[in-house]
Design a protein around this ligand. Structure first.
Ligand code: X90
Length: 276
């Protein structure tokens, strides 16, 4: 029996050990340029182009066929998508699931609305991989992954909310309250899967302490941590060090954000997925 694990490119993953995994790319659009968020995308090149480009830019979720081709010809498909409150990704995945089942009766597909993105999706996908390795049956995997996602959280520090505001992914009230430019915002993915600003921070040291304090406030007690950054390895390393000073055994991994997360998080942004 063929099992496939899929996720959109906001999870920043290209492959996963021990499972048949495919990433489905979102796209970043600026004028007549289109950047497809695959592992081949030159992210620094894209960021350089976007900085120089003065026109409007936006993003687009994958289409139904993109998901279907990622499903391959698997008998069982598991997956996770970026929060349906900010993107049409999960919706297109759900349509794809329906069509796939029509084409391949007897197959099973479950795509989780992660109500989050980035490294929280990474944790969810790692959990899927674990459950697949344990050869749990379809219903058990679906139940366990839904229970697991309630224990995971995403917080972040962003240089600004400019691209969220420009693309209507946050309300004007939220944008105004947070201040659009020049102020770093620490916040979280809310339980509804929206962006919730929590603190305004100046200076890197303060931001990192605020992130750690926020993790603990949200229930972090030394569980797994996945960090993803937009070309800010230093901040990620410092946060990891701070976590380890209190939780020496903590399982922490750091990776770079890919195109979609870099577009919204901007250079310097840091995302933190953790188990609470
Ligand atoms: O469908 C599309 O065009 C994609 C829209 C995606 C909008 C959100 C991207 C988030 C990227 C930035 C920080 C985390 C915010 C978390 C809020 C749930 C990562």
């Amino acid at each position: 029996m063929k099992i496939k694990l899929v996720a959109d490119s906001s999870a920043n993953l290209n492959s996963m050990e021990g499972v048949d995994f495919s990433a489905v790319p979102l796209r970043i659009l600026a004028g007549d340029r289109e950047y497809v968020d695959t592992h081949e995308l030159d992210v620094p090149g894209m960021l350089k182009d976007l900085k120089a480009y003065k026109g409007k830019s936006c993003t687009a979720c994958p289409g139904v066929e993109d998901w279907i081709s990622a499903f391959g010809d698997a008998d069982i498909v598991y997956g996770a998508a970026i929060t349906s409150n900010l993107s049409g990704c999960w919706n297109s995945a759900s349509v794809a699931a329906k069509e796939y089942l029509e084409r391949k009766p007897g197959a099973k597909v479950f795509i989780l609305d992660s109500l989050s993105t980035g490294p929280e999706m990474e944790l969810i996908l790692e959990k899927y991989a674990e459950l697949i390795r344990e050869e749990k049956d379809f219903e058990a995997v679906c139940d366990e992954i839904k229970a697991y996602m309630k224990r995971t959280q995403l917080i972040f520090s962003l240089e600004s909310l400019a691209n969220f505001a420009k693309n209507g992914r946050i309300s004007p009230t939220v944008a105004a309250a947070a201040g659009l430019l020049g102020i770093r915002v620490v916040g979280r993915a809310s339980d509804e899967g929206t962006l919730e600003p929590m603190h305004k921070c100046r200076g890197e040291a303060k931001t990192i302490s605020q992130l750690f304090a926020t993790m603990k406030k949200l229930g972090f007690r030394g569980g797994k941590v996945r960090l993803s950054h937009s070309y800010n390895e230093g901040a990620a390393e410092k946060l990891a060090e701070m976590i380890r000073s209190e939780f020496p055994e903590c399982d922490i991994r750091i990776r770079l954000n890919r195109g979609l997360c870099c577009y919204y998080a901007e250079v310097g942004g840091l995302l933190v997925g953790f188990e609470a």
